[in-house]
Design a protein around this ligand. Structure first.
Ligand code: NAD
Length: 338
């Protein structure tokens, strides 16, 4: 037998194995099942192409929904980004349910808004959202005074600002309670009404540190990663029960110049591609994303490129970028909110 004959024999043998596998497969699963799977597969490809084209279209032009008369529940309303969100939402014609632990700041924001717009547009509710019982109590008051919210913005956040081994259990617990557990409690109380109406919008102000973190923000990064994934799961649950009138937006901003990360030292604070963000710009982009029903929002836009690159480059490339920007030393000068 020549070498060629041996190859021919091997080829025939492989073909027999393959055909018997197909035969076995067809027997095991009906032809109908296979046809159905093929149809679903082609549909998935078609819809992916449609969504890619839609995303491109939205990049240049997108439908902006009207926020007039929407009732917005905003947590962390007296902080840097929250305060600006409140002002811009009132300008859009929304009624605001403002929540914060800082009673003084909260009263000031509400008073300023109500005086500026010469009518009651903002209702302040002092509440520690890390306390489940307090949220339940405040829910009753909110519904009695203003009604149920149609937009919920989980914006309140805290950070301990310490390296991992310096963190105290209470600090870790607090960050998780405010940055993610409160999202569960607030939404479990207010989502049922949105479901009844099949109308609403849920916004989570997470952080880019929820995707890629560095030294000194372990508990914060972990809580924000939880917030990002919570929103992904929640959105799929809403799709599963066909509640297409309720939209979700997860916001992942880069370092913003509020008091939260005061003292954060970056090697290139004003590096032209990745500058420290102005909170006013962040608030503007968040509202634009809500109006567009955008699911994920990275701020600034360059993060779309950086995140894509980091997902295909070797893990060590992140180390190179982290070392270049000296981000692992950034929290050494951290002062935070006093
Ligand atoms: N500043 C940044 O660099 C940055 C970057 C990315 C994401 N974010 C996120 O943006 C959101 C807003 O941050 P910010 O920069 O405006 O910070 P901020 O500290 O100025 O505001 C946070 C607000 O949350 C409130 N808050 C804290 N704990 C609370 C509690 N237990 N109950 C009720 N309210 C509570 C605070 O009183 C404050 O008003 C946060 O979720 C933050 O994690 C901030």
């Amino acid at each position: 037998m020549t070498l060629l004959d041996a190859f021919n024999l091997l080829f025939v043998f492989c073909c027999c194995i393959f055909l018997s596998y197909i035969f076995f497969y067809l027997n095991a699963y009906s032809v109908k099942w296979l046809a159905c799977t093929a149809k679903d597969f082609l549909c998935a490809i078609f819809m992916t192409i449609v969504y890619i084209l839609k995303a491109w279209f939205n990049f240049f032009y997108a439908y902006h929904k009207d926020l007039k008369n929407e009732v917005v529940l905003l947590t962390g309303a007296s902080g840097g980004i929250g305060k600006l969100l409140a002002k811009k939402l009132v300008q859009k014609g929304c009624i605001l349910i403002l929540i914060d632990i800082d009673n003084f700041g909260l009263e000031e924001v509400s008073r300023t808004l109500n005086e500026t717009f010469q009518q009651q547009v903002a209702y302040p509710f002092k509440c520690d959202i890390s306390n489940y019982e307090e949220i339940c109590l405040i829910k009753k008051k909110i519904v009695e005074t203003v009604g149920n919210p149609t937009i919920i913005i989980n914006n309140a956040g805290v950070v301990a600002g310490k390296y991992f081994l310096d963190l105290k259990p209470k600090e870790v617990q607090k960050t998780f309670e405010v940055n993610i557990l409160a999202h569960f409690w607030v939404l479990q109380l207010f989502l049922p009404h949105m479901l009844e109406m099949n109308h609403g919008h849920i916004v989570s102000v997470a952080s880019i540190l929820g995707l890629d973190s560095f030294a000194g923000v372990s508990e914060y990064g972990a809580s924000k990663a939880a917030a990002v994934n919570f929103m992904k799961s929640l959105r799929q649950e809403l799709r599963l029960i066909n509640k297409n009138g309720i939209h979700c937006t997860t916001v992942l901003p880069f370092h913003t110049s509020t008091d939260m990360f005061k003292g954060f030292g970056s090697r290139f604070k004003n590096f032209f591609l990745l500058k420290v963000l102005d909170p006013d710009y962040v608030a503007e982009r968040i509202i634009d994303a809500v109006e567009r029903n955008q699911t994920t929002l990275y701020i600034p836009k360059i993060l779309y490129v950086i995140i894509t690159l980091l997902s295909i480059l070797p893990d060590n490339s992140y180390d190179v970028i982290a070392d270049f920007f000296k981000v692992n030393h950034s929290m050494l000068t951290f002062l935070g909110k006093k």
